[in-house]
Design a binder for this molecule. Structure first.
Ligand code: 5AD
Ligand code: SF4
Length: 441
């Protein structure tokens, strides 16, 4: 028997990259590769990169440089760059870094087996096409292993919104939705392999409009209702959403669909209408606030999460204050905040930039406010009963850790709880980044 080849993948960036890395491992699984978490024993190293913020390419170059010794020891080692940096700068990476044997963009990784073969013959293999064929579909017959209780499932990719700061429409391409029957088949397969919670992914997941089994155009809400009927699946989440695509049926689903969890990541980016307009967001602070009101009317305990960019070109102190005001009004349970970073090729990169020290100082103020809100949201859970899906043992003996319906990390000390168990838990205390609970009954 030949010993299997080993594959080390390092994943940067968003959850969609995590999903893609799993698919890449499956694609190479068909060529006899098994995953390893040790680069020094790998026959192939893949960096699945992210291009969304600053220094993305530099990070890739410095990471690649670290493999120089490994490659000198084992010339058979193949090194590849995948993901959005590969898409944006693949050819240049190959020119500048001779260690790289293979470059594959986010739309063509189903062709990895063929690229791997070319790389094995000593060729420099590059594929950054946007192919016609469905990369997800091509991968469907790969060998499959038992899974943990939670999984991602990409249902939509790309974006047509062209926010002035964002590279996604260029690296991931135009908005594409997967057909409903493919998504449902993949969901059932995940459930058969032990998954109980699925997070539907898309750069603009709520713009989903897949072809239904009836030939009609299905919305995300309709897809969620169909998933609600999948036996053995207990929880459904989705991310990331755009405010303009929060349709009435999706808001209603948050109130009525039993398996849809009370957590919504709905980025607003800024609270200043002037900046929102310059960002090409096509919503206002007020329309966002009214939307959040409607969502909370449908599901009062929903936990809101968001993304914020500070120091967008021309942002004044007054604009920034409007963002803080919006945050005060919404009261987020969780948020991600970023200092604006100019991305080559995007419209905002050409504009007058806010000085770095000003942006840093604003980011600190915003993060202090968000941290306070996060703590308050956690403290408000104390005394309440929630569902918890347990995922793994905690740090202390006898401890199990899982996620609540509202996506808080919860730990309990209890006998007989196993990963994949879903239990009712009373929250008894709130810590820095997690809640403590007790199993009910
Ligand atoms: N600079 C800073 N943050 C950005 N994001 C996207 N592009 C940029 C950029 N150029 C943030 C947005 C988005 C999240 C995924 O990343 O907040 O919602
Ligand atoms: Fe980027 Fe805007 Fe599209 Fe989100 S909606 S992926 S921020 S362009």
């Amino acid at each position: 028997m030949t010993t299997p080849k080993k594959l080390f993948i390092k994943t940067y960036g968003c959850q969609m990259n995590v999903y893609d890395s799993e698919r890449m491992a499956e694609a190479l699984g068909g060529k006899g590769y098994v995953p390893t978490d040790r680069p020094e024993e790998a026959d192939m190293i893949l960096l699945n990169t992210c291009h969304i913020r600053e220094k993305a390419a530099e990070k890739v170059y410095s990471e690649l440089g670290r493999f120089k010794g490994l490659k000198a020891e084992r010339p058979d080692l193949k090194i590849g760059v995948a993901g959005c940096v590969a898409q944006a700068e693949g050819e240049e990476i190959m020119r500048r870094q001779p260690l790289v044997d293979l470059v594959v963009g986010p739309q063509s990784y189903h062709r990895l087996p063929e690229l791997e073969e070319r790389a094995r013959t000593g060729e420099k293999a590059l594929d950054t096409d946007f192919p016609e064929e469905d990369k997800f579909d091509v991968l469907k017959d790969r060998p499959k292993a038992q899974r943990g209780p939670t999984a991602f499932l990409t249902v939509q990719e790309g974006c047509d919104k062209f926010c002035a700061f964002c590279v996604v429409p260029y690296t991931r391409g135009a908005e594409v939705s997967r057909p409903v029957d493919r998504v449902l088949a993949e969901a059932r397969d995940l459930v058969d392999r032990g998954v109980r919670e699925i997070t539907l992914l898309g750069q603009n997941v709520n713009a989903y409009h897949g072809v239904g089994p009836d030939g009609g155009d299905w919305s995300l809400a309709r897809l969620i209702w169909a998933l609600n009927d999948v036996d053995g699946l207990e929880r459904i989440r989705f991310t990331t959403s755009h405010p303009n695509d929060m349709t009435d049926d999706l808001i209603e689903a948050h109130g009525q669909c039993e398996k849809l969890m009370p957590y919504l990541h709905l980025p607003v980016q800024s609270g200043s209408d002037r900046i929102l307009k310059r960002m090409n967001r096509s919503h206002t602070a007020e329309s966002y606030l009214r939307l959040v009101e409607r969502i909370r009317a449908a599901r009062p305990d929903i936990l809101m999460s968001g993304d914020f960019i500070v120091g967008f070109p021309e942002e004044t102190e007054e604009d920034f204050q409007a963002t803080l005001d919006l945050i005060e009004e919404v009261k987020y349970g969780y948020a991600y905040s970023f200092k604006y970073s100019p991305r080559p090729g995007t419209p905002a990169a050409e504009r007058a930039q806010v000085p770095a020290d000003v942006a840093d100082e604003r980011l600190q103020r915003l993060q202090a406010l968000i941290t306070r809100q996060q703590r308050e949201a956690q403290e408000a859970m104390v005394g309440r009963e929630v569902g918890v899906l347990f995922e793994r043992p905690g740090r202390k003996p006898g401890q199990m850790v899982g996620k609540s319906d509202h996506l808080h990390a919860v730990h309990v000390e209890a006998e007989g709880i196993r990963p994949g168990d879903l239990a009712r838990v009373r929250i008894v205390a709130s810590g820095a980044n997690s809640l403590a609970g007790e199993i009910i009954g």
